[in-house]
Design a protein around this ligand. Structure first.
Ligand code: AMP
Length: 218
């Protein structure tokens, strides 16, 4: 069983690196942001409220996020492990993870990046609403082959509503004020690995593979 958790500032590359790991280790990539976007896709009052909170770059309640996550982790494709992108985002969520699953994640990967680079990645980002692949109009290595079309499933790409400067600022502050406490928590427990994510995605993934392959869990 391999449970891999990504922690990072917004747009630091969690989604891109999780996709790569998912292919290499044949484990599902579970993004709480995607679970929320998929669950809030109608015009009900709750969906509208969820979308508003996300567009403002604020956090959704622990109750809703953990409910969606636990349902997803019960599926059979998670038996051998999973790659978790976007959870836990607060100390409370790290404690809930242990309470609900009865264990800690095996590997917690912290992707480190400076704020300006993360902001550029956010502002240029395009996402596939179908297969959740990520592209970027400002970075040549991440440009889609055909403008606005997903390379993998031919779906029209979308720009997330929270990929603007104001929302980025808000999400970045939440990261500093709330998510960094999770980093301290795991660092003290010895399962946190710091990876420089400001270089190319190939350099970053190579360093992540080294970490994952250096330790084995049953
Ligand atoms: P992401 O796709 O990881 O960038 O997340 C997009 C947005 O989804 C965040 O800005 C939050 O509004 C919400 N979100 C994702 N994961 C969580 C979480 N673990 N707890 C609370 N809100 C979350």
């Amino acid at each position: 069983m391999k449970s891999i958790v990504f922690i990072a500032a917004p747009a630091a590359g969690k989604g891109t690196q999780s996709e790569q790991l998912s292919k290499k280790y044949k484990l599902p990539h579970i993004s709480t942001g995607d679970l929320l976007r998929d669950s809030a896709n109608d015009n009900s009052e709750l969906s509208i409220k969820i979308r508003q909170i996300m567009e403002n770059g604020e956090l959704i309640s622990d109750e809703l996020v953990t409910k969606l996550l636990v349902e997803r982790l019960k599926k059979s494709d998670c038996k051998e492990g999973y790659i978790l992108d976007g959870f836990p985002r607060s100390l409370e969520q790290a404690l809930l993870y242990e309470e609900l699953l009865g264990k800690k994640p095996n590997y917690v990967i912290l992707l480190e990046i400076d704020k300006d680079t993360a902001m550029k990645r956010s502002v240029g980002r395009l996402s596939c609403p179908n297969c959740h692949s990520i592209f970027n109009t400002l970075l040549s290595e991440l440009k889609p082959i055909n403008e606005n079309i997903c390379d993998h499933c031919n779906t029209t790409l979308i720009k997330r509503k929270d990929d603007n400067i104001e929302s980025f600022e808000h999400r970045y502050q939440t990261y500093l004020n709330t998510t960094l406490k999770v980093v301290d928590y795991y660092e003290k427990q010895g399962n946190l690995y710091r990876i420089d994510s400001s270089k190319s995605k190939e350099e970053t993934i190579a360093k992540i593979y080294e970490v994952i392959d250096s330790r084995h869990y049953d």
